[in-house]
Design a protein around this ligand. Structure first.
Ligand code: AMP
Ligand code: MG
Length: 498
């Protein structure tokens, strides 16, 4: 198609259940027009999975559609309302201040998925924000989301990144962009809080029924739907946060508006992967108290679920003290679910398929040496499999004083010996759960810097290619494997991407 010719709006095959079933929970809205949209990246594999025409969208048409300039013919764009506790303080009205749900598609596997724009301009929920996003944070969300997906962790994903050709104003002028995000849904703890805070029990009930049907259809018809939902989300979040902990992921801004009911990771802002193990690790420039530090994440998960429980109380029991009692009973399952999920992941990382009482202490024993010896989270676990194959030297070198981990290695070898079985298969299984490549912070920063300031997307593409296969041994990966110098990590800060 020649430049400048008008494009025909594509049809995405939307089936918009949120718009249909939940009137009064959103505002129909349109994206702001941008001057010169340019497609930076289309996730072709994901587009195909969604049943979209990847070939047609991978160019100027995609730039028009994924900037928001050209709505798909069957889109009913809307901004969702939600509330949220941000760093512990409650905001009764947040909502999509710079995002628009275009619609829902049923993907090739029959799963219902939201397609939404982020950075598509102001909405009635923008408060003082400009509704925009910058290229840097958009590419960051793209990379980290794809890394999480490749690691097998439930996550929203990036379908496209488009540069808008506009400058947006932050501390300095920055080139603007729009991210297209795909999610199982965008329903958050904060969505429930929005209606609870208004005493709108009618919409709260509708939202509960809708969420149960969409994410936990096996529980439809439960005696107390709100309790069934709370229990299911509690389990899903316990498992999700255990997934994060197992790969050293720090979300960075676990506000209740950033916690999904589906159990997917959402809102990649100040998130980052930890290098050397330290439970207090915080990268976010605004998290002064370390509320969302690596080691606090499981506890914050529980705190957020307690906020969900509070929001659901009117649906649990007409008698408030009885409602509190029943919701609390469900919430108390979180700690055991989390511990079980965490131990399951740690056992896999240690090459254990059976279970012994001492396994938790064995795992904690390694963590305590890692912390004292500033061992790199990713490489320590990855290289442990070599110890099983007979050479623990690379593993030992992850510790400032390698001899410090020898006592633990003896305990671990004795434990593994009690498992029996083939060493090769066990080591391969360990390599299948502990990645070799994560999006290292310095590589992510480098890729973003090149894209934003030099217009060079090659480092972004190269990193994307690497993080898409995190578990593979392959030549030429060294630059992507090694942690940055400690001096980089010490001064590394992340930003909310607003
Ligand atoms: P976040 O920190 O990205 O989870 O955003 C928290 C809230 O602020 C959400 O309601 C966002 O939609 C809103 N928000 C974030 N950035 C902007 C922006 N630049 N303009 C308008 N609203 C924003
Ligand atoms: Mg958010």
């Amino acid at each position: 198609m020649p430049d400048g010719a008008p494009h025909t709006a594509p049809v995405f095959g939307f089936d918009n259940s949120y718009a249909r079933d939940l009137p009064g929970t959103f505002v129909a809205w349109r994206a702001a027009r941008v001057v010169a949209p340019r497609l930076l990246k289309l996730n072709r594999a994901l587009a195909e999975e969604l049943g979209l025409d990847a070939g047609a969208l991978d160019g100027p048409l995609g730039a028009e559609v994924f900037s928001g300039n050209l709505a798909p013919a069957d889109a009913e764009p809307l901004a969702q309302a939600y509330a949220g506790h941000q760093f512990g303080g409650f905001s009764p009205q947040l909502g999509d201040g710079r995002a628009l749900l275009l619609g829902e598609v049923i993907d090739l596997q029959g799963r219902r998925r939201d397609i939404a724009l982020k950075g598509s301009g102001q909405t009635p929920f923008s408060r003082r924000g400009d509704g925009k996003a910058a290229i840097g944070p958009v590419l960051r969300e793209y990379l980290i989301g794809e890394a999480m997906h490749a690691l097998g962790i439930p996550t929203t994903r990036a379908l496209a990144a488009v540069a808008t050709g506009e400058q947006i104003l932050r501390d300095t002028g920055l080139p603007g962009a729009v991210l297209t995000r795909v999610a199982a849904s965008h329903i958050r703890v904060g969505t429930f809080q929005f209606f609870a805070a208004r005493g709108d029990t009618d919409n709260l009930r509708k939202l509960t029924d809708y969420t149960l049907a969409r994410h936990y259809p096996g529980l439809v018809g439960a005696e107390t739907p709100a309790l069934a939902l709370l229990a299911a989300v509690t389990e899903a979040q316990a498992r999700l946060i255990a997934d994060w902990m197992a790969v050293g992921f720090i979300h960075g801004v676990m506000n209740t508006d950033n916690m999904t009911l589906s159990g997917e990771t959402i809102d990649y802002g100040p998130c980052a992967f930890m290098d050397a193990y330290a439970p207090g690790t915080v990268f976010s420039s605004i998290d002064h108290q370390g509320r969302y530090a690596y080691g606090n994440q499981p506890g914050i998960g529980q705190w957020n679920l307690a906020r969900l429980a509070e929001a659901l109380l009117p649906l649990v029991d007409a008698q408030e003290d009885r409602a509190v009692e029943r919701a609390t009973e469900v919430l108390t399952t979180y700690a055991a679910s989390y511990e079980a999920a965490w131990l399951e992941r740690m056992r896999a990382k240690l090459g254990l398929s059976g279970a012994e009482d001492g396994d938790r202490d064995l795992a904690l024993g390694l963590l305590s040496v890692m912390e004292a010896q500033k061992a790199d989270w990713t490489l320590t676990f990855r290289l442990l499999s070599q110890g099983l194959r007979g050479d623990a030297s690379a593993f030992r070198l992850q510790f400032a004083e390698p001899a410090a981990v020898d006592g633990w290695l003896d305990l671990w070898r004795a434990r593994v010996a009690r498992e029996g079985g083939a060493v090769g298969a066990r080591a391969a299984a360990m390599d299948g759960v502990s990645p070799l490549v994560i999006p290292r912070n310095h590589m992510v920063e480098d890729a973003i810097r090149s894209a934003v300031w030099e217009g060079d997307l090659a480092p972004f593409e190269a990193l994307l290619d690497q993080i898409a296969r995190p578990f593979d041994e392959a030549p030429g990966r060294d630059a992507f494997i090694l942690p940055p110098p400690q001096s980089f990590t010490d001064s590394f800060r992340t930003f909310c991407g607003t």
